[in-house]
Design a protein. Structure first.
Length: 157
């Protein structure tokens, strides 16, 4: 018999297996990097939401205890943020923004990119609250108390 040029069945099967393993490894790396990027984007957007609320809460702090210079931000002591795309969004609590207790501000997530990118298209998928705790830092309690703010932002992964 003449020797034929070509590959044996074993060589073809081995090369197909090697190609399949390399393809699966590449696909796995690509998929995990996409999932990691999506989670990273959500962490970044949630950090933006918290930073935005922190900055807005600074408007409710005053050092004027006489009451003569105090004027409420946006005409109200209730916590509100005005968005171009959805208008004024306020805390569900109708009192002072820095009043001790829990403040639900989930509705501020109706603005973009929070609604689409963080809450997967529906604010019902998320919750955003901040809690004010009073502490005596030398000025007393009540209106003169120092305020500690902690944020809780839950969103789907």
């Amino acid at each position: 018999m003449k020797k034929r040029k070509g590959l044996t069945l074993v060589e073809v099967v081995v090369s197909v297996l090697i190609t399949a393993m390399v393809t699966m490894a590449t696909f796995s790396i690509f998929t995990s990097s996409m999932v990691s990027q999506k989670k990273s984007d959500k962490r970044e957007i949630s950090g933006l939401a918290i930073k935005m609320v922190q900055e807005a809460l600074k408007n409710y702090v005053t050092s004027d205890t006489s009451g003569s210079l105090i004027s409420a931000p946006q005409g109200s002591w209730r916590f509100c943020i005005n968005f171009v795309d959805v208008g004024n969004q306020c805390d569900t609590y109708t009192g002072w923004a820095l009043q001790a207790g829990n403040h639900n501000i989930t509705n501020i997530l109706q603005s973009e990119p929070f609604k689409t990118k963080l809450c997967n298209g529906s604010v019902a998928n998320c919750s955003f609250t901040y809690t004010i705790t009073d502490s005596d830092c030398g000025f007393g309690w009540g209106l003169n108390a120092c305020k500690q703010v902690s944020f809780t932002l839950n969103y789907p992964d």
